[in-house]
Design a protein around this ligand. Structure first.
Ligand code: FA5
Length: 354
């Protein structure tokens, strides 16, 4: 054994004692990590000891290497239980700090609900499905041809006026936001052959001043039936059934003469007020009737425009405003509430089943 190897074995003893001594005073994760780094880490004492083996005489190297490795194993064996103890203590401390009361009731997640207008669309699609009507949807950006011309609306009709219609392109091109759902009458008849029974729920747009019963964007429901032998009686029967399904079996429907260029004869239709039973109250403005929309027999010019023979086919059409329908049904007194984004208003409808 050479002097160099004597020096190393003394160093090994020294390291063992010092490291074990220091380990005894380790009490938390941070000092344990410092200890690990200092003694057994990749840049620690044992590693530098092993590196220094090269300076020993060749015959001394194997024994000194074994001793150094044995020391590393010993220190690692001493380190592991201390590490486990500290980790357990840390875990217990965390559990004590973060304790939760599992008996507390859970927090209910905020679940959205259908908007009252969407819920009403679904309700009406269901009602009309039972009457044999299919729901179809059409473009909200229309051409003057479908929004006006094919509906027998002449060039000087006030609805074509720039003040009523929102024109979104060069006025000459007549690209408009549809002012009603009626353009789908011609679009549907062009695509299908009679018998036709469709409803068209959808948005409509008008350049109008807003007040409690007028919006610039609102929702309509169009109805169209074309067949041989369709009469005004069929129209009244369908509207009557709609009123009863929506407002109860006692309801009656009133048709009065009105003018729309695309129907002849044309009517407005109203339902007797469900709140006062037709006697007159604040909701029906003491008239006993609530206006629902316009209707009538499809004008022969409209049938001709899509290539139908008016001698062979007849039809009825109606259009009603959704917002006012929902207002009547649930007693809402300002149409602007529907698009006002006020959750207090919308949440009132969260339980409405559809
Ligand atoms: C029409 O729009 C016709 N297309 C209805 C029709 C269809 C008649 C088929 C005959 C045959 P009117 O402009 O009256 O008609 O509108 C119908 C309904 O839409 C009104 O009764 C009303 O409930 C609703 N409405 C109209 N303008 C507005 C508005 N600015 N805000 C809210 N609702 C409106």
């Amino acid at each position: 054994m050479t002097d160099g190897s004597h020096g190393l074995s003394a160093r090994i003893n020294e390291v063992r004692e010092q490291a074990i001594e220091e380990l005894k005073s380790v009490s938390d994760g941070e000092t344990l990590r410092d200890w690990e780094r200092k003694w057994i880490g990749p840049k620690g004492e044992i590693t530098s000891m092993l590196r220094s083996l090269g300076s020993l005489a060749k015959e001394d190297r194997p024994a000194a290497g074994r001793d150094a490795q044995a020391l590393r194993s010993k220190l690692e064996a001493a380190f592991t239980p201390v590490q486990e103890l500290i980790e357990r203590q840390q875990m217990e401390r965390r559990l004590a700090e973060e304790s939760i009361d599992v008996t507390l009731p859970g927090r209910r997640p905020d679940i959205g609900a259908a908007h009252p207008i969407s819920a009403m669309i679904d309700e009406l699609i269901e009602i009309f499905a039972h009457l044999g009507f299919q729901a179809v949807f059409g473009p909200e950006v229309e051409t003057g041809r479908y929004n006006f011309d094919l509906l027998n609306i002449p060039a000087d009709h006030p609805a074509r006026d720039v003040w009523d219609t929102i024109i979104i392109d060069d006025p000459a091109a007549e690209i408009v936001m549809r002012t009603h759902t009626s353009p789908m009458q011609a679009r549907t008849m062009e695509r299908l052959d009679p018998p036709i029974r469709v409803i068209v729920p959808g948005r409509s747009y008008r350049y109008e001043a807003q007040d409690a019963s007028h919006e610039w964007m609102f929702t309509q429901l169009e109805g169209l039936a074309v067949d041989t032998n369709i009469t005004m009686t069929d129209l009244k029967g369908v509207l009557q059934e709609l009123a009863r399904q929506l407002f109860g079996p006692e309801r009656r429907v009133r048709l009065r003469c009105d003018f729309f260029p695309f129907v002849e004869p044309g009517v407005d239709f109203a339902v007797d007020c469900a709140i006062c039973n037709g006697k007159g109250c604040r909701v029906c403005k003491h008239s006993g009737w609530l206006e629902m929309g316009g209707a009538g027999m499809v004008h022969p010019n409209v049938l001709r425009g899509v290539g139908y023979d008016p001698e062979k086919y007849t039809g009825f059409a109606f259009g009603l405003g959704f917002e006012r329908l929902v207002m009547m049904k649930y007693g809402v007194d300002d149409i602007r509430a529907f698009n006002g984004n006020d959750l207090r208003f919308l949440k009132k409808f969260a339980t409405v089943t559809i």
